[in-house]
Design a protein. Sequence first.
Length: 179
Amino acid sequence: AFAEGWLDDSRLAFQGIVRTTEGAAVTELFLATLPAAPAAATRLADAPPSPPTGITITRLTRSTGRKFPGLQGPRHWVRPAPDRSVIAFLAKDDEGIVQFFGVPPEGGAIRQLSRLEQSVETPFDWSPDSKLLACAAGGRIVTVEVATGKSVFLTEHAPAGAEPRYAVTFSPDGRQLAF
């Protein structure tokens, strides 16, 4: 388990690696639901790892049937929308381009949220109103309207070696981006 994002005080989304029946490693999205007072974790030396009593782990994505299975792209943390309606993550579309995808926290179909011509290159962030995602793609800062997939590039293409490489972050009021 790695690269997590809190949904609320008792639910934590995270990436986890599973093995296909052929033995290939695929990164999928999971949700841990914690009780008000989790029990202390105990484990015998020879026992496989398992969550403490009372913690429920739910697998939210099953992407092994896709052309490019699993969560992919640059290192990123899964990000629940501020309104908690969807958990965003990165994966390749059928053309091999890293895009935004999302799934409801209750589970369900994976939905492609962006239609960028070049791959997402950085970790990303949600606008406070849950309407936009922001990242760098193609050496430029871009926002994507989640409802439509429409993208707006906010900067010119950076010269080689000067491309944005770090997380793009919305200000608390959603009026500015830091990168």
